[in-house]
Ligand binder design. Structure first.
Ligand code: FAD
Length: 379
């Protein structure tokens, strides 16, 4: 397996960086740290061809073949390095649309994917509940048959893009006695009577909220086969966990680059602090850890793109190592910046806050370790 980038992948990365510098960063800067949906940025990500990287061309995107985990990871890494607010939108556009791509009918794909690719609509992935976080299989949101459709009742929490998303992929129990084999996925559109939501507010700006459902859904809202929801959710997280690692690599790279520049320019005791070995040791460790994390992310993505159905072990390792690495690297970057690093609004202070939640969402670091250990110990 080669971990170097092909010319097409290098061009993809350069395209994302160019688009970020030219269009996305100015829009994100003008918006500031508001945790509301920046619709101008959403539209630009669609119009400039960044969201289309996630969607096959027959549904309005620019993918000529199947979905590529490497494209997702490179897009997330580069956006996280250049423009974290755009990265978040890109990530959730993928997380919410991938289950539709994975399991949707032709009619569902044709209805939902083109406006998502164009940046006219935003989706959301709704698994977590107030009483079911790490233990997502303990979810209690339930869908029961009502006429020729469904009655959906329950609550979700910490849902990115809620409460303003246009379509929610909602995981609900359809046969409670069958455990994870009795969970199904549903598509719930904004404006459905009985759907309500409100925003939550996190350390770094993020559009996220809680949802409550008491909705009547048509039969056509079922996504994938009945009782296959858990497989859809886990198949999605398999790909997206590695990409959380890619985001962490991008954030850490940004912190590293700023640290090198600061170490070269900041003079203390009559010389740039980069001359002090204590600073050099930090920079050496940071660069080494970033490279190690990047290789773990790329190897998980390459394995997925080579046709492996599941890459659970590799994806969990990539997410665990990269998000923990980003925490250490950004912390050292703050240290290298001294007091400047904790000034509110300074890029390093923002990276410190932006990197934190990666160790929690899509499975905490503790849960990734449990998954990895389960694989290592099984017969
Ligand atoms: C910014 C952000 C965005 C998110 N976006 C989404 C989204 O779009 N869709 C969605 O469905 N969810 C989303 N989430 C939810 C996220 O996936 C959960 O927060 C996460 O899975 C942890 O669940 P919890 O917060 O309930 O913590 P808990 O499960 O209550 O965990 C609390 C602590 O206990 C530890 N713990 C729990 N069980 C064990 C165990 N068996 N062994 C050892 N330690 C354990 C955890 O590791 C953690 O340290 C998001 C969360 C955040 C913060």
């Amino acid at each position: 397996m080669t971990l170097t980038l092909t010319p097409a992948e290098q061009e993809l990365r350069a395209f994302v960086a160019r688009t970020a510098a030219r269009v996305l960063c100015p829009l994100a800067e003008a918006w500031g740290e508001r945790d509301e949906m920046n619709w101008d940025l959403v539209r630009a990500l669609g119009k400039e061809g960044v969201f289309p990287l996630l969607v096959p061309s027959r549904y309005g995107g620019s993918l000529e073949g199947p979905f590529r985990a490497m494209t997702l990871c490179l897009g997330r890494e580069e956006l996280a390095r250049c423009c974290p607010p755009a990265e978040e939108l890109f990530a959730i556009q993928g997380l919410g649309s991938y289950p539709i791509l994975l399991a949707g009918s032709e009619a569902q794909k044709a209805r939902y994917l083109p406006p998502i690719a164009r940046g006219e609509q935003v989706p959301a992935f709704a698994l977590t509940e107030p009483e079911a976080g790490s233990d997502a299989a303990g979810l209690t949101t339930a869908a029961t048959r009502e006429g020729d459709g469904w009655r959906l009742r329950g609550e979700k929490r910490f849902i990115s893009n809620a409460p303003v998303a246009d379509v929610y992929v909602v995981f609900a129990r359809t046969e409670p006695e069958r455990g994870t084999r009795g969970i199904s996925a549903f598509l719930v559109e904004k404006g459905t009577p009985g759907l309500s939501g409100r925003p939550m507010h996190t350390l770094a700006p993020h559009v996220i909220g809680e949802l409550a459902f008491d909705c009547r859904l048509p039969a056509s809202s079922l996504l994938g086969p009945l009782n296959e929801g858990w497989r859809i959710a886990m198949g999605t997280l398999d790909v997206f966990r590695a990409s959380v690692g890619a985001q962490a690599v991008g954030l850490a790279q940004a912190a590293f680059d700023l640290s090198v520049a600061h170490a070269r320019s900041r003079v203390q005791f009559g010389e740039p602090i980069a001359r002090f070995q204590a600073i050099q040791m930090k920079l050496a460790d940071m660069a080494t850890e970033i490279r190690a994390a990047r290789l773990l992310v790329y190897s998980a993505a390459r394995l997925k793109d080579s046709g492996a159905e599941r890459v659970t072990l590799e994806s969990s390792m990539a997410k665990l190592y990269a998000t923990e690495m980003a925490h250490r690297v950004v912390d050292q970057a703050v240290q290298i910046h001294g007091g400047t690093g904790v000034l509110r609004g300074h890029p390093i202070e923002r990276l410190y806050r932006e990197a934190r939640a990666g160790r929690i969402y899509e499975g905490t670091s503790e849960i990734q370790r449990l998954i990895i250990a389960r694989h290592l110990l099984r017969d």
